[in-house]
Design a protein around this ligand. Structure first.
Ligand SMILES: [Zn+2]
Length: 293
């Protein structure tokens, strides 16, 4: 009897010492690639994180499919951006019948408004990124309290890196002359970045990508640019470059490169994480605007 007890005890110790398998890891679904990376930075190996809208894809016009519904149904925790970014998420969550806890990464952020509409692209300011990370760590701590200390520690280290990058971005962008601070992108995705670093972003399309600009609005923007100029035009990874090319032809303003606005790059690309995306955008903006001034 004693021997059997020992065997059971040893077996128990062996089992608890084994690394967590994919099956007993916390299953997390994040709505889009940038948020998915932020969640992974906070969970490390403690969770399995999948994203609904992948790299280089446009979350504004996304249509969820059957495998998204399955992932949501099986999730323990769901993270959304909120601020009206994922127009499809309510229906997806409801129809999936999931029991997952849903957390918004933008809780506590003061939203910007563009022509009366709430701008959802809050991640494009790193100070907001830090709020996302805090919300992610708080959500994880409540869903998985036994690992709360690790989530908080990971979030603290990650936030410190984001703030160091913010300090560097502020210093570098402050050096740009006043006349080189206006840029044009395909859609209005950089309002928070503009506000944080004193830049002026113009776009032919508003904060959603699903609307074509009216011919009148496009003519107005082109006339405005012909008068006041702009440091550079930028195409985006998630939007068609057609309009930006048209503006370049009609105004003579140069295209300064490609910015990652609403999604990370595919593996092997220059923006495979939130930090790399921000660094890429910062470097691209500075290189083009220094040349223009
Ligand atoms: Zn967008």
């Amino acid at each position: 009897m004693r021997r059997l007890f020992n065997v059971v005890l040893v077996l128990g110790l062996v089992l608890t010492a084994l690394p967590a398998t994919a099956q007993d890891k916390l299953k997390i679904v994040a709505s889009f690639s940038i948020l998915g990376d932020m969640v992974r930075q906070v969970t490390g190996e403690l969770a399995s994180v999948t994203t609904i809208v992948g790299p280089d894809a446009d979350a504004h016009v996304y249509m969820p499919n059957a495998s998204d519904a399955k992932a949501v149904a099986n999730a323990d925790v769901i993270f959304l951006n909120g601020l009206g970014f994922e127009t499809w998420s309510d229906t997806l969550i409801k129809t999936s019948g999931t029991k997952a806890e849903v957390f918004l990464a933008t809780t506590g952020i003061s939203p910007l408004k563009v022509e009366g509409e709430i701008d959802p692209h809050a991640w494009n300011a790193l100070t907001n990124g830090v709020i996302y990370v805090t919300n992610i760590a708080d959500g994880l701590a409540s869903a998985d309290p036994k690992n709360a200390a690790t989530y908080k520690a990971n979030a603290k280290a990650y936030s410190a890196r984001l703030m160091a990058l913010h300090t560097r971005a502020t210093a570098e962008l402050n050096k740009l002359p006043e006349g080189a601070r206006t840029v044009v992108t395909a859609h209005d995705a950089f309002g928070y970045l503009a506000k944080a670093y004193g830049l002026n972003f113009l776009a032919p399309v508003g904060i959603d990508t699903d609307a074509e600009p009216s011919a009148k609005a496009l003519t107005k923007l082109i006339d405005h640019l012909k008068k006041v100029g702009a440091g550079a035009l930028f195409v985006e990874n998630i939007s068609s470059p057609t309009l930006v090319h048209q503006i370049a032809r009609e105004t003579g303003i140069k295209i300064g490169g490609r910015l990652f606005s609403d999604a990370l790059s595919e593996r092997g690309g220059p923006a495979t994480s939130y930090e790399k995306m921000f660094e890429h955008n910062l470097g691209t903006l500075i290189a083009a605007l220094q040349k223009s001034s």
